[in-house]
Every structure is written in C-alpha cells, then in structure tokens.
Design a protein around this ligand. Sequence first.
Ligand code: 6PG
Length: 239
Amino acid sequence: MNGEIRVLSDPVAVAEEATHRCLAMMAKRPGKRFSLALSGGSTPQRFYRRLSEPSWHDRIDWNLLHIFLVDERFLPLDHADSNFRMIRETLLAHVPIPPSNIHPMPTDGTPEDCAQRYERELRMFFGDGPARFDLVLLGMGADGHTASSFPGHVHSDERWVFPVHDSPKPPSVRLSLGFELINQAHHVLFLVTGQDKAEALDHLRQSRQPLLPAGRVKLGQGELAWLVDEAAWNGGASK
Ligand code: 6PG
C-alpha cells in the first residue's frame, strides 16, 4: 500500500484524527485559500459532522476554504441520495462558508455536459497555477472502488472529470474526478472503516501491483495517508 497507514480503534477515532490532520494542513497555509475535495458515502459523515462542531469550526477561516466534490450521484442536488445534499446537511449548513466557496458537481444537464462544465469550473479555480487540491478526502468501497472508479470499469485517467453510466453502486449514473487530478493533490486522506472493507484492504496490503482502483492513488509530490479502523485492518488479516 502506498502512503502512511494509521490504524485507529474505531470510526469515531478515525473521524477525530481526520479532523486534527485537516486543521493541521490548513494551519500550515495561513491566509492562503485551501481547496478541499470531499467524497460521499457514509464513512466521512462523522468527519464532516466533527468539522462542523463550533469547537472545531471556529478554528477555520471559512472565507479561505473552498469545497469541491470528488464524485456525485447523478441526481438532483436535493435528492436524498445526493452526495452534495449529505455534505450540505452534515457540514455546509452549519458553518459560515461563503456560498461562492461551495462547488457542487452540476447534475442539471447530460452527464457528459456536466462533466465538462465541472472541469471548466476547476480550470477557472486553479487558473494558470498547478491544479493541485490541498486535500482530497477519499473513501473505499468493499470492492476496492474509490471516488466513482470501480474495478473492471475503464476510464481515461487523464480526464479531470468523467461521467460514469454503469456504476455497480447505485445510482448507476455518476460524475467522478479522475486519478490524474487526484494524484496531483498536496494531500490525500483515505478514511476506511468496517470489517466489510477488510478484504479489499488486505488485497492492497499484500499485492505489489494492486488491481483495485483505490490502489491507483499514488501521489507524485503529495502526501497520502490511510486512516483505517481495526475492523477494516484486522478483519481481513490473512488466516
Ligand atoms: C459514493 C462515494 C463512494 C464512497 C465509497 C465508500 O458516492 O458512494 O463517493 O466512492 O466513498 O463507496 O462508501 P462508504 O463510506 O459508504 O463505505
């Protein structure tokens, strides 16, 4: 497995550690804007709720923080299964972030059109500078998928944002950041909890050339860290 691995007791400890690390990264860039790309799913919700608590959110200059999406289910942004809706409900609705700093993936056109629109928004944000997120927060599915890149599904890595039409994890239509953009980030933090992730994590630990999408996150100049709980780490230990 690439990067630092930190095994923590349980999902609460993982969320706590992720919060500490995120604030430490921001503290290293005082007065500078900070671009944070967030994943959906259930694992990161504890972290988002933690970040929204006054004891933590008072330590963040929300005028400098820009929130992007790692991937999105292709649904209305107020749909119960929308990643953006989850992130709004667990974090954005509770913190003083300017609306112009919130960058949801559009889902109000065709998937291809929306992918191109989001790429244009990213290019405008990064401007002439390097397109490097300060932090990308990733989850991992039990099948080893990450973002909306799934095993056996071939996508062009070079595309910053691509549509998915056959996601095995419903809904089948999604948008996702590509690995080229993810792998340019300054920091990537995987949050992986639960015994159902143990087999995929074990594969990543054991194989030199992991075939799983999560194994394709390899940072050039950035720092990759895995925050995993004991159930995900020990639950799949080779017998
Ligand atoms: C999504 C997520 C997805 C997620 C993994 C892990 O749209 O579902 O972005 O990539 O990170 O499926 O999901 P859990 O955290 O719910 O296990």
